[in-house]
Write a protein of this length. Structure first.
Lengths: 112, 113
């Protein structure tokens, strides 16, 4: 079956760095996405990895290792507004169809 | 500004009634999706459409119906056959099916009373 695992909750301090891990067991891997979702709001796109390595975008970076089925999202210089749920999603490719499967999300609390 | 709009944001319905959730996008995206989000669960795909006049069932299509008569619009009807309809519903679109980035609407929180 297809499976994505993320920690349920994490806590960090304002100004610090936090790493949110995502492991997946899927067939037909065709990319990995990270989204941020504030409570009661829609998810917003953060990053996309399809090749191994690190993608950096401002305070946020995302890493992928396809051989290990592993990704992480790195948040630097944490701000209070970074308190949110972070969703890992894997795109699967099968024939002409592509679909996303979603992890349950990691709820991050940033404390002053 | 381009975007994807869902309405209403909050919706209440009585048991046994059908209700339609609106989703409109002006991004010129081909693909549109409906997800359901429940506490403690990931996003679950209800229906998706890759092109006008065509749509496919997702993982939890029972009790739901959709139409895609226009590229911009992908309404979702929650029928009385849906046993547990109270949830947060999210509509999304992407330029191509399974495209590199999905844009989400603000969501509709449906409560059955």
């Amino acid at each position: 079956g297809q499976n994505i695992d993320q920690p349920t909750e994490m806590t960090a301090t304002e100004g610090a760095i936090v790493q949110i891990n995502c492991t997946y067991q899927t067939s037909g891997f065709n990319g990995l996405f990270w989204y941020q979702q504030h409570a009661g709001e829609a998810p917003t796109f953060l990053s996309y990895n399809v090749l191994d390595g690190l993608e950096e975008k401002g305070r946020f970076s995302s890493f992928l290792s396809r051989s290990k089925g592993y990704s992480y999202l790195l948040l630097k210089e944490l701000q209070m507004k970074d308190s949110a749920s972070y969703l890992c999603a894997v795109r699967l490719y099968a024939g002409n169809n592509r679909k996303l499967i979603w992890g349950l999300g990691t709820s991050l609390a940033v404390n002053p | 500004d381009g975007g994807i709009t869902q309405s209403p944001k909050y919706l209440f319905r009585k048991e046994g009634q059908n209700v339609t959730l609106s989703c409109e996008q002006n991004l010129n995206h081909d693909a549109m999706y409906w997800y359901r989000q429940d506490p403690g669960q990931g996003l679950r795909l209800i229906y998706y459409s890759q092109i006008v006049n065509d749509f496919q069932k997702g993982d939890i299509a029972e009790g739901y119906s959709v139409s895609r008569e226009k590229k911009e619009s992908f309404p979702l009807t929650v029928t009385s056959a849906q046993k547990n309809p109270t949830a947060f519903y999210l509509c999304a679109s992407s330029m191509t099916p399974g495209g590199t980035e999905a844009f989400f609407g603000q969501g509709t929180r449906l409560t059955v009373v």
